[in-house]
Design a protein. Sequence first.
Length: 605
Amino acid sequence: MENFTKQPLGNSSLDQDTRDKISPAQDASPAVSGLESQGTGFFAKNKWFVLVFVLAIVVIGILTLFIFRKPNSVKEGKVTIDLVVPSEVPSSGEAVVRAVVSNNDSTTLTHLELEMVYPSGTVFVSSNPEAKNLSGTLYSLPDISPGANVATLIKLKFEGGVGTNAPITARLKYSLAGSSASFTKEQQTTAKLVAAGVSVELQGPVTATNAQLVSYTVHYANQSTEGFDRVRVKLGFPSSFQFASATPASTQGTDTWDIGQLAPTAEGTITVSGTFLSASLGQGVTVNASVLVPDKNGGYYVQAESQFSTSISTQPLVVTQSLDNGEQTSVADPGNTLQYKLSYQNNASVAARGVRIVMTIDSATMDTSTVQAEGALVSGNTITWSAASKSELEVVNPNEAGTVLVSFRIKDPPVKDRSINPDVITNVKIKSDEYDTFLPGNKMQVKIATKARLEGTVAFVDGQKPPRVGQQSRYSVSISVKNTTSDVTGSDIVMFVATGAGSFDKATVNKEEANAVSFDTSTGKLVWHVATLKAHVGEFSPARILQFTLRAVPGASQAGLPLPLVKNIIFTGTNDFTAQTITKSITQLTTSDTATADAGGIVIQ
């Protein structure tokens, strides 16, 4: 060791092979040592940057996992919903809907809620189990074990037009035991609405000319055991139809009749007449009739319907009549003047020469002395226009048209005997030299309205006359009704006993009408149920009279003044012939009305 001498590496005593074997390690050693030294310095100097960088990489990885991860694969349960509904349901009738939920899965169904969706117009009646809401659309169902089922029975009233479909939907929300996932299952079925015992039949002519008066008859009936309220009958005519008359009269326009209540087994008939003046040769026209009933929202839907088709042919020469008053109504009051317009037209391809138009009036109610018909010959109830008096009728060329007018007054009173339901019936016809016979025009009926009369009188019975302050006087009140030519049905007379006139005592009512009177002590309202006021009551038979006694005790502020006894006396009823509503009224009767009664006078409205 003492003799060891340090020598430079370049003077190594190792041979070349040995140095070649160990040189890589020797060469690498300094580099690695340098890297470690360098790396240790880098992390020491940038450790916070490295930590933040690594944390960002982790967060991005977690977010990516949540965004792109596949959801847990949870399968829906094997659930079926069977909706059992009658294939045909009577409109306005009731039917039971049966919703059966079945579990065909191996796992129990939990948290079940059944939602029902009903068609518009359907009314919920009852259910088993009870619904969660008043409309009967939500139900809570118990858990359903594998292989089991639960049924829900729902009674509904179906409202809708006959022939329409009523879709019903069942929507089930549920979960599977052991899972928080929620699923929905839906099923739908449809019921068809059919007539519920209400029928309508429409009849008319198979063929007609465009100038011919045609009539269509509607027969409706309730063949069910259920009554219907506010029933309406509606007719649909093509635009070429010109309305002439209807029996009974329509209540809205010329095509709608409000029937009111249609009880079980009840039936009725409506007849409508008119012409198809503007219809083309060979044209087919269709008339529709419908019976409608109201739904829960106040609208109407078809309960039964019918239609009838007529083939129209064109007369070569036509004449039609209409009331020239701008209205479609065919009702007139006694004393009214009726004005008719007769329209004629040549539909042929050749001129019509020597045209004659004849109108006949079949009615004893016409005042023949009042007939006005320019250019016509009037002979009793027959009016004739010809070329001799009206030059326009000498030659009527093809497609040429014209009009003539006639008017007359209805007698007042229209009849002087016991005749009821008087009317004015007019017929027209036309002819020219080219045709051997007259060609008929349309027929019209104008009904004459009845005149109901409401009368009231007051008679002094006993006490002070004139009344004195603080002292009682008694008066007999008489209300009477009279009528002329037609029955008035559904009649009532409503009045109010005036405050201070004393209590109404039914014992004072005349025995003939005692059972037809009702009185409300809280309001003083007195109702006399006249019911049917027969034709010619008060003319050829005694008037209907209600008589009762009231007392009057005037206060100091009423000294010397007439005391009111009865106020707001109103008569209402329906003309059975014309279907018009009749209203008559008297404002009030007072103690001073005894003067007119003593003189034989009456209070009339």
